[in-house]
Design a protein around this ligand. Structure first.
Ligand code: SF4
Ligand code: SF4
Ligand code: SF4
Length: 278
């Protein structure tokens, strides 16, 4: 049965224990300065935002039908039957199409790293595979973040609304948005007031993506993948050569120059990393 996270903003006290637990699970640094950052980034995979006297959480929504995975040309992102959308850095060629496709502006790129990876929450796939809770849910002292079976969490969310109609906005965010997400939200106020995107499509985005891609000539997608592959191989080989102390351009494949172009359409600036998230 697919797993999910239910975040109930009405129970959140903004303690940020979820942030700290997430950083520890990933081996990422976490101090007062990072705690004060109210956005997700390559070094912070979940963030608590303040909206007046209310709190809200940001993290990858681990969509039921993820747009990021549908555009990845090499299958580096995969939707698992357990629910999490997982990432394989070994397969990733750095094209950053996932960043462009994600309706929630989640994937972050390690712009300053010599061997950059895309970073995002994978809903603690390794932990959940072993029957454990996500680190954030385990750390939450109030039950504002709860991890469990998606259908059961939806039923629980509906129960909470029914039992305390005056306390909740009468909707569950994530039921229908982009065809459904693995992170569900409850709130006392309309979701846009706690920073959630309410104008996203109600249908799965991969369907839209593929409808658009089907209109493009094969040569466009094939050429882009090829260029991206050459770019990735060249950079990887140069990096390995540098680390091993070999001559600067040793190991470059025939025909590839040091100025091998970046993948067409990929963002060249870290515009999203510093941007505000949904
Ligand atoms: S929120 Fe974005 S990165 Fe996360 S699974 Fe959905 S499309 Fe992919
Ligand atoms: S599910 Fe795991 S990776 Fe995702 S925010 Fe929670 S602790 Fe971090
Ligand atoms: S640990 Fe729970 S209560 Fe604390 S900020 Fe995170 S979601 Fe809110």
């Amino acid at each position: 049965m697919p797993r999910a996270i239910l975040y109930d903003s009405t129970l959140c006290i903004g303690c940020k224990a979820c942030e700290g637990a997430c950083a520890e699970r990933w081996g990422l640094p976490y101090d007062d300065k990072i705690a004060a950052e109210e956005r997700i980034s390559a070094h912070k995979l979940t963030a608590i935002e303040t909206h007046g006297d209310r709190f809200s959480r940001r993290l990858c929504m681990n969509c039921v039908q993820p747009a990021c995975a549908s555009v990845c040309p090499v299958g580096a992102l995969q939707k698992t039957t357990l629910g999490p959308v997982v990432y394989d850095a070994e397969k990733c060629m750095g094209c950053r199409y996932c960043m462009q496709a994600c309706p929630f502006q989640v994937p972050s790129y390690e712009w300053s790293s010599r061997l950059p990876r895309m970073r995002k929450c994978d809903m603690c796939y390794a932990r959940q595979s072993q029957g454990k809770l996500t680190a954030c849910a385990e750390a939450c002292p109030t039950g504002a973040t709860k991890n469990g079976d998606r259908d059961e969490l939806i039923a629980e969310a509906a129960r909470r609304i029914a039992q305390k109609p005056g306390q909740y906005y009468n909707r569950i965010y994530g039921l229908k948005e982009v065809g459904g997400t693995s992170v569900l939200y409850l709130s006392a106020v309309p979701f846009e007031q706690i920073g959630l995107r309410t104008h996203v499509p109600q249908e799965p985005l991969p369907e839209t993506t593929w409808r658009v891609l089907e209109l493009l000539p094969d040569v466009v997608s094939t050429g882009s993948v090829l260029l991206g592959g050459i770019w990735w191989i060249t950079n990887r080989r140069e990096e390995v050569a540098r680390q091993e102390g070999a001559p600067k351009h040793a190991g470059r494949p025939p025909g590839a120059s040091k100025n091998t172009p970046r993948l067409e359409g990929a963002p060249s600036q870290p515009a999203r990393e510093e941007g505000k998230h949904p």
